[in-house]
Ligand binder design. Structure first.
Ligand code: NAD
Length: 484
């Protein structure tokens, strides 16, 4: 793909065929809003239901395919993603606004995820042979596919989040209806296009692009969809859970975070600042794992804030494809308006402004904002609610105990980090932070592709994504007894 190429043929993929829709939408480049990245078909409820029927019909065929065939399909998809990480990374940077370095890394990780699940297809989700309590009886526990799975994803990681749902779903023999966020329809289509050439039976994988209210809601409501995996905002996740669980669908939610990075007095402060910059501001803070609360022990509070402020001054904000840019634009006009409104909220509620928080002009018309830093109190809204943009706050803690209490004082529980040279505190934190993932002397926003990903409390519901644990969601357990 050449930089600037317009994707016009971005259509639904239903039952092995590419389909147009009655209406279309466009996605624009957030680094340069004059550039349209993709013109895409927008599915209505009827078209989404056709995709669900196709997946239902394909399920018996795909679920009985050999593990080797499934492994081959996934391996092929992974190979192509890895081979094309540069051009697909370019598409991702243009459509979503991540820097090119981050975007290429994301596509590569998506490729690695498909390759990992090629192996998982052969492992079969992990069954068990167990001894029976009865003489002459054999017992085993096997895992079977769940059925038709609906996969609903957000705009902020348009290759990797779909990959960690689609790959295990197919590996374990489920058929798929994938609904990406509209903002990144071009990326969703590019991924589907690769999958469409991987020799799956027609209907085993379907792409429906469109709004959450129409295309997404059709998946949530349909009695033919056996399992729903949703990543997005907490509010939408809760609504989806209520409807889907009421009809007894299996539900998995990954919903946001308000992640803490704790900095103790004995930490290497330069490393702590690196962790804060990468964790809070890279990808313009638009990561569920962003460390938007920096909880700093009093003894180093002022020194840490001064160092961080210095670093923020040096960051280069600009076009996602420009060499040397640290932070690209935020994803669209609405997000920029919301982020700037959070800056106003911070000032109104009395948080002390340290740096940034302004809309920036660049050579191209994009949604640019300087990374914002405030000193806040735990009661402030900027310290409690997910912002999902380049704004972080510092909270002061008297000691480790107070820092841990602040870390856990949130409705979210995705991940938490600590910077310290104390093994005792690091180990205690790993055990007592009420989250799904902990990081010691590492940024919160940086995870491996082959281990569980997910959170607790308001950040998640149901089994974890990624790694071997993904089988818990994408399979159902069957216990078999047999007279030997
Ligand atoms: P969002 O909730 O607005 O949308 C997510 C997806 O849900 C989109 O595809 C959207 O079209 C669809 N949707 C919306 N309403 C729906 C409905 N009623 N029925 C079915 N589908 C519906 O979220 P977003 O703005 O795209 O993404 C940002 C959010 O995602 C943030 O809260 C972020 O923290 C979260 N996120 C979480 C993780 C994680 O793994 N924890 C990862 C990435 C992003």
């Amino acid at each position: 793909m050449i930089h600037g190429e317009l994707h016009q043929n971005v259509r639904q993929y239903i039952n092995g065929r590419w389909e147009t829709s009655a209406t279309t939408g466009v996605s624009a480049n957030p680094s340069d809003t004059s550039e349209v990245v993709a013109e895409y078909a927008r599915a209505d409820r009827r078209q989404a239901e056709a995709a669900i029927r196709a997946a239902t019909e394909a399920f018996p065929h795909w679920s009985h395919s050999t593990p080797q065939r499934r492994a081959d399909v996934l391996d092929r998809i992974g190979t192509e993603l890895l081979a094309r990480k540069d051009d697909l990374g370019m598409l991702l940077a243009r459509e979503e606004g991540k820097t090119l370095v981050e975007a290429v890394a994301e596509v590569a990780r998506a490729g690695q995820i498909f390759k990992f699940f090629a192996g998982e297809a052969l492992r079969g989700g992990g069954g068990e042979n167990v001894a029976s309590v009865r003489a002459g009886v054999q017992v085993d526990v096997t895992r079977e596919p769940v059925g038709v799975v609906g996969l609903i994803t957000p705009w902020n990681s348009p290759f990797v989040v779909p990959a960690w749902k689609i790959a295990p779903a197919l590996a374990h023999g489920n058929s798929v209806v994938f609904k990406p966020a509209e903002l990144v329809s071009g990326c969703g289509w590019a991924l589907a296009e690769i999958i469409s050439r991987a020799a799956l039976p027609a209907g085993a994988f379907n792409l429906v692009m469109g709004s959450g209210r129409e295309a997404g809601q059709a998946l949530v409501d349909s009695p033919l969809v056996d399992a729903l995996s949703f990543t997005g905002s907490m509010a939408n996740g809760e609504r989806i859970l209520q409807v889907a669980a009421a009809r007894r669908a299996k539900v998995q939610l990954e919903t946001g975070g308000k992640n803490a990075l704790v900095v103790l007095a004995d930490a290497d402060l330069d490393r702590a600042v690196d962790c804060a910059v990468q964790g809070a501001y890279f990808s313009a803070g638009q990561r569920c794992t962003a460390s938007s609360r920096l909880i700093v022990e009093s003894a180093v509070h002022d020194a840490f804030v001064a160092k961080l402020r210095q670093r923020l001054k040096t960051l280069k904000i600009g076009h996602a494809l420009e060499r040397g840019v640290d932070i690209g634009p935020v994803a669209d006009e609405d997000r920029l308006a919301q982020d700037l409104a959070w800056v106003d909220t911070a000032r109104e509620e009395g948080a002390e402004h340290v740096w940034g928080g302004e809309a920036l002009e660049r050579a191209t018309a994009g949604h640019y904002m300087s990374p914002a830093l405030f000193l806040a109190k735990p009661s402030h809204r900027i310290a409690r609610e997910e912002i999902f943009g380049p704004l972080a706050c510092v909270l002061r803690a008297d000691d480790y105990d107070e820092a841990l209490a602040l870390c856990n004082d949130t409705p979210f529980g995705l991940c938490a980090g600590i910077c310290t040279n104390s093994l005792k505190h690091a180990m205690h934190f790993r055990r007592h932070a009420v989250v799904g993932m902990t990081m010691v002397n590492l940024p919160t926003a940086g995870v491996d592709f082959h281990v569980p990903f997910g959170g607790r409390k308001g950040s998640g519901y149901g089994p974890r994504e990624q790694g071997r644990h993904a089988a818990e969601f994408y399979t159902t357990v069957k216990t078999g007894y047999m007279l030997a």
